[in-house]
Design a binder for this molecule. Structure first.
Ligand SMILES: NC(=O)c1ccc[n+]([C@@H]2O[C@H](COP(=O)([O-])OP(=O)(O)OC[C@H]3O[C@@H](n4cnc5c(N)ncnc54)[C@H](OP(=O)(O)O)[C@@H]3O)[C@@H](O)[C@H]2O)c1
Length: 241
């Protein structure tokens, strides 16, 4: 079994992926900021790395020398949902840095080693917001569309050396993603009626893709709630008084 890095491993999809990779016998390095959640993972035998991916600083240094077979670029955030015209410039910059720039820099630190060793698998947690228009989420959608384009082009750069690349195109997943930007009631309404994929469902798909024989690369998979045919409405965040 090989070594794996999961970004955004302290919560939601990333945590579920990290746990399944660990259960399958991989050595897992979990990246996030939440110290308590990292300590929980450490108690389960997963190596924690506290790193803020909202800034480019320190990413290359933190990952230098890591020989990794599986990289799951999963860390992400949403800025308060609402009309683009009303967004704070600081939210625009932070969303791009966390969702897109960090994935490029983490990949840049890890993929040269994969190419040299002639094996590896890189995942990106994208979103259907990157493939279909979403109201109230323009910058988030832009970051996810860019991730999709990057993943598919990176795949062409790496495929000659036997390294696989997969874009995870996720629909609504029940996770703490909106915890800082929507009320408890708004989040409960979003996930009511079992109308959401669970993080463990995404993690199971990641394992299934990993377990395909080496000559098969699932370049992209879409995973949506059965009752979510297209873009699901995300309510605008309530204005702060
Ligand atoms: N939930 C959905 O409906 C949905 C749908 C499509 C795609 N996605 C994507 O799935 C991915 C995982 O999200 P989730 O739904 O599992 O939400 P989540 O539970 O909120 O997980 C987000 C993860 O990203 C990490 N993260 C956020 N900002 C970070 C930063 N500045 N530095 C380092 N780590 C940071 C968080 O860790 P710390 O807080 O410890 O830093 C956390 O582990 C995201 O890329 C999201 O866009 C989610």
């Amino acid at each position: 079994m090989g070594k794996a890095i999961v970004t955004g491993a302290t919560s939601g999809i990333g945590r579920a992926v990290a746990l399944l990779l660990k259960a399958a016998g991989h050595e897992v390095l979990a990246i996030g900021r939440n110290a308590a959640a990292l300590a929980d993972l450490a108690a389960l035998g997963i190596t924690p790395l506290q790193l803020d991916l909202g800034s480019a600083e320190g990413i290359a240094e933190a990952l230098a020398g890591h020989e990794t077979d599986i990289l799951v670029n999963n860390a992400g955030m949403v800025s308060p949902p609402g009309n683009f015209c009303d967004m704070q410039a600081s939210d625009i910059l932070r969303t791009v840095a966390t969702n897109l720039t960090s994935a490029l820099l983490v990949s840049h630190a890890i993929t040269p080693g994969m190419r040299a060793r002639g094996r590896g698998h890189v995942f990106f947690t994208g979103s259907i917001a990157g493939h279909t228009p979403y109201p109230n989420m323009a910058v988030y959608a832009a970051t996810k569309a860019a991730l999709g384009g990057f993943a598919q082009s990176l795949r062409l750069d790496l495929s000659p050396s036997g390294v696989r690349v997969t874009e995870i195109v996720a629909g609504r997943v029940e996770s703490p993603l909106y915890k800082d930007v929507l009320s408890l009631e708004a989040r409960a309404a979003m996930y009511a009626g079992q109308n959401a994929v669970q993080p463990e469902d995404v993690a199971s798909m990641v394992m299934a893709v990993l377990n395909m024989p080496p000559h098969v690369d699932v370049a992209r998979f879409d995973i949506l709630p059965t009752r979510q045919p297209v873009a699901a409405l995300v309510p605008a965040a309530e204005k702060k008084q």
